[in-house]
Write a protein that binds this ligand. Structure first.
Ligand code: AP5
Length: 216
């Protein structure tokens, strides 16, 4: 069992690799981005509060995402949790440390997925996902085998995200560099940080992550 944070800018491949870890290691993906998008899709009070913020590419408040994570962690995960898109600020990182300590758990690894900004634009603008099972695809690098049908579950509910455009990506990247990148130093100082080349092929990235987890 291992608890791991996947850290990286929008489009680094966090969601893609989190899904792999769920399949290969029985871990549970906790994506605050997916939780918020679900709230928007369902039209809940929370969804209404965060919709505009997310469409602009800004971060929602720490209190909201910490609450979501705390709630999801109550269910437990035999294979461990994959924190995908959380923490994104130093306050969230401190809160996660406290949550894990309070529940007698520990953080086994923080994996920084290194990519350059130029690659991110192509990744984000070509991305589409399955609205049924969450599988992640790309127009060029990872299309579905049959156009319009999800390889994983056969659904035809394939969709693109409202915040996946070049303009919003600029804000998302700025938020990452201003508020999230300080976490690299934070976890390095704690001796928990490992880096993988996020520009490599998906399988190669998966192997690099597996190697970090095997040593954790
Ligand atoms: P969130 O949903 O977390 O988005 P993100 O961090 O911007 O990350 P992405 O989902 O865009 O990218 P990813 O790294 O998962 O890449 P993926 O695997 O899909 O957050 C959305 C919003 O919610 C935020 O802007 C904010 O408003 C809010 N929010 C969420 N969490 C928050 C928090 N903790 N605090 C405050 N606000 C929060 O891959 C991208 C594409 O590249 C895909 O098409 C994929 O097929 C392709 N790809 C992946 N890997 C490779 C590879 N190795 N080679 C080639 N192509 C690849």
């Amino acid at each position: 069992m291992a608890n791991v944070i996947l850290l990286g800018p929008p489009g680094a491949g966090k969601g893609t690799q989190a899904k792999r870890l769920e399949q290969t290691r029985g871990m549970v993906q906790l994506s605050t981005g997916d939780m918020l998008k679900e709230a928007i899709a369902k039209g809940t009070e929370l969804g209404k509060r965060v919709e505009g913020i997310m469409a602009r590419g800004e971060l929602v408040t720490d209190e909201i995402v910490i609450g979501l994570i705390e709630d999801k962690m109550k269910t437990g995960a035999k294979g461990g949790f994959i924190f995908d898109g959380f923490p994104r600020t130093l306050k969230q990182a401190d809160a996660l440390g406290e949550l894990l300590a309070r529940t007698g758990q520990r953080l086994d690894a923080v994996i920084e997925m290194q990519v350059d900004d130029a690659a991110l634009v192509a990744r984000i603008t070509g991305r589409f996902t399955c609205g049924n099972c969450g599988a992640v695809y790309h127009d060029v690098t990872h299309p579905t085998k049959v156009a319009g049908i999800c390889d994983a579950c056969g659904s035809t509910n394939l969709k693109r995200r409202a915040d996946d455009n070049e303009e919003t990506l600029k804000t998302r990247l700025m938020e990452y560099y201003k508020k999230t990148s300080p976490l690299i130093g934070y976890y390095y100082a704690k001796g928990q940080l490992s880096a993988v080349d996020g520009l490599a092929d998906v399988d190669v990235v998966a192997e690099a992550i597996a190697s970090v987890l095997d040593k954790a």
